[in-house]
Design a protein around this ligand. Structure first.
Ligand code: ACO
Length: 422
């Protein structure tokens, strides 16, 4: 049997046979037969907007792989910086390549003093750190105007390194400003996650040595959040990237997309939900209210996963390791009970709603000591490598500017009446 579909235009009997390639059919063949008839697909639930070799995701089977490597193996054996290299270059680095990569990232963690002093410190005293981060990432393009040379390989590589390296610095700077603490300069003798923790929490000590178990847990969380194929923020990165904007501007758009509660804000919503529930005795009432349509069970359900999110399984282990150091997050018992109730309830199982990565990530962040407002920034730091991997892929492909069609459903032509006659 040929792997193809046949479409018939019933208005004139014309047909077209379109081959199925990589699980998709090309819209170009469809539009030859039916010019001016558009696929109506809000939310892109059935649309593949690109070919990509970065991340494989099978939501039915609960499989996630970066460049072919299972997420479980990477979380267990790799590091965030190695994973960032893998996502961007397509292969795991040799020892020499990794050393060079690590050195480059480590030596680009500083930000221009004007960005901190004049720009970040110009925000209102209680500015949300994510709003500051989005703006600071966009502002970087003014410090590195050569970034617009997106087809110059040397410039491209430089901006990639700068973005990955400076995201933790910017996020920590936003936090320190928000809590009224002085900015902490990066410490190049520390690893990626440990340096971020130092910039978050160092006070007067000459060197801030984070608990290695917590730094490792954060690194694992960074690996789990590094990429997730064509999610909302990566799509934003690709859409802006398709106009050939510089990577800082595209990354700022991706950060903005991540800020929304349906995407990177879900772990914050989970903590607020668990806090509102308040006690395991209220879990049943809460689940009943969700089933009546009064709100959603935050951290449950996923557009693509219709099975247990593989990242949620790994995160369960990481949570245990963190709670061993920090003591158990008091909200954990409520979360566990909620999960148990939902997974044995027909409402959730029939809709194939399982915990996603955000159901437990917020509990870990909170136990490590991060304020809730920092949660989306903690997601944006590692996702930057995924965004950039997709951006590079997009530029290396022969890509068109992203420009969907619409089905116009507004008024027919009508004529202007002067304001006094209305
Ligand atoms: N709680 C209760 N019911 C839910 C939930 C939930 N969390 N998620 C979906 N449903 C129900 C819907 O009410 C709907 O039921 P119906 O068919 O009776 O109307 C059905 O399941 C399908 O829901 P959709 O909204 O159509 O699913 P969609 O794929 O569009 O949404 C989403 C996915 C946005 C993630 C959704 O599951 C949700 O809102 N979850 C809570 C927020 C969350 O955890 N987001 C994090 C996503 S992961 C990430 O970004 C890292």
């Amino acid at each position: 049997m040929p792997e193809s579909i046949t479409i018939t235009d019933n208005r004139n009997g014309q047909t077209v046979e379109i081959p199925i390639e990589n699980g998709g059919v090309a819209a170009s063949a469809w539009s030859k037969l039916l010019p001016g008839i558009w696929f109506y697909d809000p939310g892109f639930t059935s649309t593949a907007a690109c070919e990509s070799g970065v991340t494989f995701l099978d939501g039915e089977a609960g499989i996630l792989r970066y460049r072919g490597y299972p997420i479980e193996e990477l979380a267990e054996r790799s590091s965030y910086l190695e994973v960032a290299y893998l996502l961007l270059k397509g292969e795991l680095p040799t020892p020499a390549q990794f050393e060079e990569w690590r050195r480059e990232i480590t030596h680009h963690t500083f930000i221009h003093e004007n960005l901190r002093k004049r720009f970040l410190e110009g925000f209102h005293y209680d500015a949300h750190p994510m709003g500051m981060l989005v703006s600071a990432v966009a502002a970087l393009s003014t410090f590195y105007p050569e970034a617009k040379n997106i087809f110059d390989p040397e410039s491209r590589e430089k901006q990639i390194i700068r973005l990955i390296a400076k995201m933790p610095t910017l996020a920590a700077a936003a936090h320190r400003f928000y809590v009224g603490m002085p900015f902490v300069y990066p410490d190049n003798s520390l690893g990626f996650a440990a340096n971020f923790l130092s910039m978050m929490w160092k006070i007067a000590e000459p060197r801030f040595d984070a608990n290695p178990a917590l730094a490792h847990a954060l690194d694992v969380l960074f690996i789990l959040h590094a990429d997730h194929e064509q999610n909302c923020s990566t799509t934003a990165m690709r859409v802006v990237g398709s106009s050939h904007a510089d990577p800082y501007s595209a990354c700022a758009a991706a950060c903005s997309a991540l800020y929304g509660p349906r995407h990177g804000g879900a772990n914050e919503a989970v903590i607020r939900m668990l806090t509102d529930i308040g006690s395991i005795d209220h879990v049943d009432d809460f689940v009943a209210a969700v089933k009546r349509g009064e709100g959603r069970l935050q951290g449950f359900g996923h557009r693509v996963y219709k099975n247990y999110d593989p990242r949620a399984r790994i995160i369960n282990r990481t949570a245990d390791e963190v709670f061993e150091v920090t003591g158990k997050n008091p909200l954990l018992d409520i979360a566990l009970k909620l999960e148990e109730r939902a997974l044995s309830d027909e409402y959730f199982t029939s809709r194939r709603l399982y915990p996603n990565v955000d159901f437990y990530s917020g509990l870990i962040y909170q136990a490590i000591g991060f304020p809730i407002d920092m949660f989306p920034a903690l997601f944006a730091i590692p996702r930057t490598s995924g965004w950039l991997a997709h951006w590079v892929e997009l530029l290396d492909q022969e890509s068109k500017i992203a420009r969907p069609r619409q089905l116009y459903a507004g008024e027919a032509e009508r004529h202007y009446t002067p304001i006094g006659d209305r």
